[in-house]
Design a protein around this ligand. Structure first.
Ligand SMILES: *[C@@H]1O[C@H](CO)[C@@H](O)[C@H](O)[C@H]1NC(C)=O
Ligand SMILES: *[C@@H]1O[C@H](CO)[C@@H](O)[C@H](O)[C@H]1NC(C)=O
Ligand SMILES: *[C@@H]1O[C@H](CO)[C@@H](O)[C@H](O)[C@H]1NC(C)=O
Ligand SMILES: *[C@@H]1O[C@H](CO)[C@@H](O)[C@H](O)[C@H]1NC(C)=O
Ligand SMILES: *[C@@H]1O[C@H](CO)[C@@H](O)[C@H](O)[C@H]1NC(C)=O
Ligand SMILES: *[C@@H]1O[C@H](CO)[C@@H](O)[C@H](O)[C@H]1NC(C)=O
Length: 229
């Protein structure tokens, strides 16, 4: 018979160290999917990498520039054969700078950038228009192989912005070329004309008590069944 290894060969100290390491690593490993969607690291000429290097509190991880909280501030998906940025793209809605150059992108990106209110620099292939069109950006620069949409305009600030919202609603930017009207506190509904807060509490109240009633009923019947058998 082959000699068996003693079962207690694992000492607790390396185990604890490994556990600590794993917990520490989790922050690094829990990278948003969009950052690894495109294989490989960024090129050393990347504008996103350059932006990321400007302060020490930001780090480049795969294709993303993250702050200490793991929030995406920059995303470089250049030369990734992308026809569209994909459903995970919304993870990058906090980004200040995004590079999508050298991709066979389809036109009509306005909806893709809904919610990207922080975006200030967007690098695109030359044959794709900046989301929201020329009026959504302070400056658009054209180059032979790319274009750069710079400084997102706040539509709520430009003429016609505030007036587009009803009296008791306020205008909020929703990304390049997009805005929404948000009803003031205490108003809701069409054109924010309904007063009184929407009774979410009441709704959950009803739902909650219904759930409770069903639970009690089920508990009762199960108990009876258990007794009978
Ligand atoms: C980028 O890398 C290439 C080689 O891969 C090198 O020739 C070039 O100098 C680098 N550029 C910068 C700005 O580091
Ligand atoms: C990180 O998050 C905390 C709270 O969520 C916030 O107070 C802090 O400003 C954030 N730090 C950065 C660098 O965004
Ligand atoms: C894109 O990547 C391919 C390799 O995957 C490389 O040969 C090509 O030079 C790259 N193009 C640009 C514009 O970086
Ligand atoms: C832009 O050009 C690429 C090829 O260079 C093509 O695949 C892509 O469909 C074009 N996009 C638009 C919006 O014309
Ligand atoms: C919008 O207007 C507010 C105040 O009127 C100003 O503080 C803010 O900088 C403006 N934003 C832009 C993007 O122009
Ligand atoms: C907006 O609210 C004020 C009271 O705060 C009210 O007098 C007014 O009628 C409201 N306007 C609309 C369009 O509902």
């Amino acid at each position: 018979m082959a000699p068996r290894e003693p079962a207690s060969s694992v000492s607790p100290i390396p185990w604890a160290a490994a556990l600590l390491l794993a917990v520490g690593m989790k922050r690094v490993l829990a990278l948003p999917e969009i950052c690894t969607q495109c294989p490989g690291a960024v090129q050393n000429t990347s504008s996103v990498a350059a932006y990321c290097e400007k302060t020490t509190s930001k780090i480049m991880q795969a294709r993303c520039c993250l702050n200490q909280n793991g929030t995406i501030l920059g995303l470089d998906l250049q030369n990734c054969s992308l026809k569209d940025p994909g459903p995970g793209f919304l993870q990058a809605s906090t980004a200040v700078i995004i590079d999508l150059q050298a991709n066979p992108l389809r036109d009509g990106l306005t909806d893709t950038f809904r919610g990207f209110t922080k975006l200030q620099t967007l690098i695109l292939p030359q044959n794709v228009t900046c989301p929201g069109g020329i009026s959504a950006w302070e400056n658009i620069a054209f180059f032979t192989d790319k274009q750069i949409c710079q400084e997102q305009k706040d539509l709520c600030n430009s003429t016609g912005g505030p007036e587009t919202c009803p009296e008791n609603g306020s205008c909020e930017s929703e990304g390049p070329g997009l805005l929404q009207c948000v009803c003031a506190d205490g108003f809701h509904g069409y054109k924010c004309m309904r007063q009184g807060s929407f009774s979410l509490l009441k709704f959950f109240g009803i739902l909650g008590s219904t759930t409770l009633a069903i639970s009690i009923l089920l508990w009762g019947t199960q108990r009876r069944k258990a007794k009978a058998s």
